[in-house]
Design a protein around this ligand. Structure first.
Ligand code: NDP
Ligand code: 2IT
Length: 447
């Protein structure tokens, strides 16, 4: 990757002003790499310091989150919400609870979210939040007390037309429930559109749980089709075993693929005969246990505590765990083993070097801001249902999701061609996502 000379001064300044935030720098560099192409054709985007404005969040909140554990000890965590860009709609993006969370991580995620949300074609701006709280090993009561304390500060900053959080790593249906309960109590208002990923009896949408994983597979299907391949009979490697991974595995297998591996942060599992999805759901969603438990109960599954899922030969790789989990060496191994397609379910799971390796070796690569947009798109469908006090059927919502993902692929493909980078879906995603937001910012004046 290289930064175009038109934006290199902005990038240098951004690194200095946002010191110690390597993931944010990386996410900006990836977008700037594509911007050179658009700025040569459309130099008006350089006017009024638009690019620098786009890289500066509209608002950044950092707050103390005190909570009491089951032994009566007081803990202090740090809460974040970065409201990055609201040109296209209210800030929208998940909350991540993980010990690795810091401002730079939330800024990288919020920055990516601007372009992702733009690509969905729905009226949502970009934001992200979370905490360095570690949910692992905590009781339900501890999780509840933490969520209540977190929302006690956050509630004054969010709203149906202001900012609409949802889940991400460490935040699923249980956490959204506790967060919503506390919001409704503090606001004295059952404003269901304030959060997405809610339970089905109190404003949630069918398909939201499955949406990111299913959407990833719908997108991958379009990419395979464009290169005359199918999912049926393909060997697919998935990393992670959380919300995104589970439903990507389910949909890929439903379409005739064999998922040959998955993982969590403790180990990875080789599944030569495919994955027993119901067992995986039971272990991860109900028991909240480690992947070793899956191996103990599933026939033919092999536990590995060294190496990674990327060591196995596959046709399609779907990284669905976390940022920078797939580096240059892993990318070279995938190439050597004959992998042809990589589509990101996680946010920025491939390092810049890995993406260079994919591009240099003809691997068709879909960046997360396009291929994992199904989650936030279905969140926007949940907001539509809340606004109209309606709830749609599974089939209707799933069909909407499928069409949105197909349209995202077509938009990327068309944009990449238009800018003379056929099949470069990084260029297609960055340019198509950027132009819509940039045009809205231009129309709305210097704010
Ligand atoms: P979950 O918390 O449900 O699952 C996360 C999975 O990734 C777990 O298997 C976890 O393992 C693994 N993981 C997380 N952090 C690390 C780490 N530092 N090292 C190794 N493994 C790790 O999260 P989601 O499935 O919701 O999110 C996964 C990815 O998808 C994230 O990048 C997220 O930003 C992205 N995403 C999520 C969307 C959603 O709707 N949920 C939408 C779009 C993108 P362990 O349990 O051992 O920690
Ligand atoms: O990264 C993401 O797109 C998400 N975690 C989902 C955000 C949302 O608002 O549904």
């Amino acid at each position: 990757m290289s930064i175009d000379s038109n934006v290199s001064a902005i990038y240098e300044k951004l690194i200095k002003r946002n010191a110690g935030e390597p993931e944010f720098h990386q996410a900006v560099a990836e977008v700037f790499d594509s911007l050179g192409i658009v700025l040569r054709k459309d130099p008006h985007y350089l006017e009024d310091n638009l690019i620098e404005r786009l890289c500066e969040p509209e608002r950044q909140l950092i707050f103390r989150v005190p909570w009491v554990d089951d032994q009566g000890r007081v803990h202090i965590n740090r809460g974040f919400r970065v409201q990055f860009n609201s040109a296209l709609g209210p800030y929208k993006g998940g909350l991540r609870f993980h010990p690795s969370v810091n401002l730079g991580i939330i800024k990288f995620l919020g920055f990516e979210q601007i372009f992702k949300n733009s690509l969905t074609g729905l009226p949502i701006g970009g934001g992200k939040g979370g905490s360095d709280f570690d949910p692992k090993g905590k009781s339900d009561m501890e999780i509840m007390r933490f969520c209540q304390s977190f929302m006690t500060e956050l509630f004054r900053h969010i709203g149906e037309y202001r900012d609409v959080p949802a889940g991400d790593i460490g935040v699923g249906g249980r956490e959204i429930g506790y967060l919503f309960g506390q919001y409704r109590r503090l606001a004295n208002n059952h404003e269901s559109g304030v959060l997405t990923g809610k339970g089905l009896t109190w404003g949630g949408s069918l398909v939201r749980t499955e949406a990111t994983g299913y959407g990833l597979v719908y997108f991958t299907l379009e990419m395979l089709r464009a290169h005359r391949q199918t999912m049926s009979g393909a060997k697919v490697t998935v990393s992670g075993s959380g919300n995104v991974a589970i439903y990507a595995i389910e949909k890929a297998q439903e379409m005739g693929a064999t998922v040959v591996a998955f993982s969590d942060s403790s180990a990875w599992v080789e599944t030569p005969n495919g994955v027993d999805v119901e067992l995986l759901k039971e272990i991860k969603e109900v028991r909240r246990a480690r992947v070793s438990e899956y191996v103990a109960e599933a026939e033919g599954a092999i536990l590995h505590t060294s190496g990674s899922v990327w060591d196995l030969p596959c046709d399609v790789a779907l990284p669905c765990a976390t940022q920078n989990e797939l580096d240059g060496d892993a990318a070279r191994t995938l190439v050597a083993n004959g992998c042809k397609f990589v589509a990101e379910g996680a946010n920025m799971p491939s390092t810049a070097e890995a993406i260079d390796v994919f591009r240099a070796n003809g691997i068709h690569f879909a960046p997360g801001k396009a291929s994992n947009a199904g989650g936030v798109a279905t969140s926007a469908l949940e907001m539509q249902q809340n606004a109209s006090r309606d709830s749609w059927t599974f089939e209707y919502t799933d069909d909407r999701l499928h069409k949105i993902m197909s349209n995202i692929f077509k938009n990327l493909d068309r944009t990449a061609k238009e800018y003379d980078h056929e099949h470069d879906y990084v260029v297609g995603a960055n340019i198509a996502g950027f132009k819509k937001v940039a045009d809205a910012m231009i129309h709305q004046g210097i704010i």
